[in-house]
Design a protein around this ligand. Structure first.
Ligand code: G3H
Length: 195
């Protein structure tokens, strides 16, 4: 059985500042994770010559993949983070203060809430369909380096979690979730490479 390895990008400079969205590069911590991830992947997939690394089109995932040697890398726009529209680049505190109705609406129904000029979780789930079809079709392992909201949706699909849980699933930084699909169902392992 072929594993699918899911991970968020290493900590970004916007993660440190608490800003959502954007397209910054990695913090020092994030760069360290990229190196540890490369080490892990190169060992784990040493004999898997057909494996591939999938990223979003955002710098933080591309930079997280960059130390990994020996496998082709593919960028998917569908793996980009949920787009926060007019709130892109803001902190949650700023949204709460400057757009309290938006903040409350999202809190009430995070799954369906769509940022003004941006996306909802349901939008993200929909745009992931071609990625899921392609993942299902792969015979070799795939490492998916993406973002919190997107990985919540992908994980929920493979782990068979209900739609309403998706926006609230825990998806920590610097952790690899390995999913194995076998005849007896789905097995999952987590590797926390650093804090
Ligand atoms: O930048 C966006 C965040 O990673 C998404 O997290 O949906 O919990 O606000 P959230």
């Amino acid at each position: 059985p072929r594993p699918i390895l899911l991970t968020r990008h290493g900590e970004s400079k916007d993660n440190v500042r608490g800003r959502i969205g954007g397209d910054t590069d990695l913090s020092d911590n994030g760069e360290l994770y990229a190196k540890k991830l490369a080490n892990f992947v190169e060992k784990r997939l040493k004999t898997e010559r057909a494996a591939s690394i999938w990223t979003s089109t955002l710098q933080r995932t591309i930079l997280t993949a960059s130390p990994i040697g020996g496998f082709p890398k593919i960028q998917w726009r569908a793996l980009d983070e949920i787009y926060a529209g007019v709130c892109d680049g803001m902190t949650y505190e700023e949204i709460k203060k400057n757009m309290p109705e938006e903040y409350e609406a999202r809190k009430k129904d995070k799954l369906r809430y769509r940022y003004p000029r941006g996306e909802s979780y349901l939008d993200v789930i929909q745009r992931l369909e071609p990625v899921i079809i392609e993942l299902e079709r792969q015979r070799a392992p795939v490492v998916v380096i993406s973002h919190q909201a997107v990985l919540r949706a992908l994980y929920a699909y493979f782990a068979d979690r209900p739609l309403k849980e998706i926006p609230h699933l825990e998806m920590p930084l610097h952790t690899i979730i390995e999913i194995q699909m076998g005849v007896t169902g789905v097995q999952e392992k987590r590797y926390k490479l650093m804090d």
